[in-house]
Design a protein around this ligand. Sequence first.
Ligand code: NAI
Ligand code: MG
Length: 347
Amino acid sequence: MLIAVLPGDGIGPEVVAEAVRVLEALGLGLRFEEAPVGGAAYKTKGHPLPPETLALARRADAILFGAVGDPDCDALERSLRPEQAILGLRKELGLFANLRPAKAFAELVDESALKPEIARSIDLMIVRELTGDVYFGTPRGRRTTDAGLREGYDTMRYDEGEVARIARTGFETAQRRRKRLCSIDKMNVLETSQLWRDVVIEVSADYPDVELTHMLVDNAAMQLVRNPGAFDTIVTGNLFGDILSDQASMCVGSIGLLPSAALDANGKGLYEPIHGSAPDIAGQGKANPLATILSAAMMLRYSLGNAEAADRIEAAVARTLAEGARTADLGGSLSTREIGDRVLACL
Ligand code: NAI
Ligand code: MG
């Protein structure tokens, strides 16, 4: 199996190096090939997503991605900015399903924005649609109304194929977890959400082993704070998923702990920590590599069909934290490399 390694900018290379060490230590015979992306690629190749990098991503069985974003590139026109690389990869590879787990680590519940007894109960997965909704619907734009007022408008739209596709990812994700799927929409107000709900119910006929419920998004925002332990798998659209997944991550604790996946229709995926390139701490060996190491575990689970190896990595990370090993973001003083060493020792 070929893994495309795209470290990117800032702390990206530092955290990706630790995840690669962990994957290598499993002895699975994975092959790794590295290519530049983001500001690093702009500086060496003149484009944030050079053709060779895209070709490697297409050829690979899975992609391990660090982060993109470089203050040196702030003045560039939009199409050349580092962030375009991740948008380009999602679009070119058809990565329509974003999986974001939020799970409490027993030793870290004090870092949560919630009361510890509530934070302790969190073990959920948000499946967010990534390529449709109000972020991409047309028409969109600005105009001046007949009354002379400036107006901005976007279009919220989904077709049934797009909804069915993400619904299937939701059901299949739930099947690998506790077999409960909560679909989140705003069907009391939005046409898009009424279609969403109809299609999710139709698709559910193919997954009789999964218990399906529905929740309105405003209520879901409340329940994520009040009783997050009640959720197993959530499936929702691009806009609601964007907001709810950030909310859920802060319920858990440090941004340096949270992995994510973006999957295509065949289970190929791009795996990355949810954090960015953290220019404020880049090059100092301070970054927490655990989010990227956990992203590597997701890669094994969702793209490489090796749940057992994924479990091993996740257990090693939990043990590392249980033994008190911490980077600065968690109030400790260990370096990126030292945390990598501790995870390897726990493996
Ligand atoms: P950020 O996530 O890079 O940093 C936010 C804060 O969290 C900073 O104080 C940083 O030091 C800290 N932090 C982040 N990851 C950490 C880690 N692993 N260990 C310890 N501390 C960590 O978000 P920010 O500052 O808004 O964005 C910086 C750049 O990253 C921007 O150019 C942004 O566009 C880009 N970005 C890229 C993403 C991606 O590649 N998918 C996602 C989010 C932001
Ligand atoms: Mg966001």
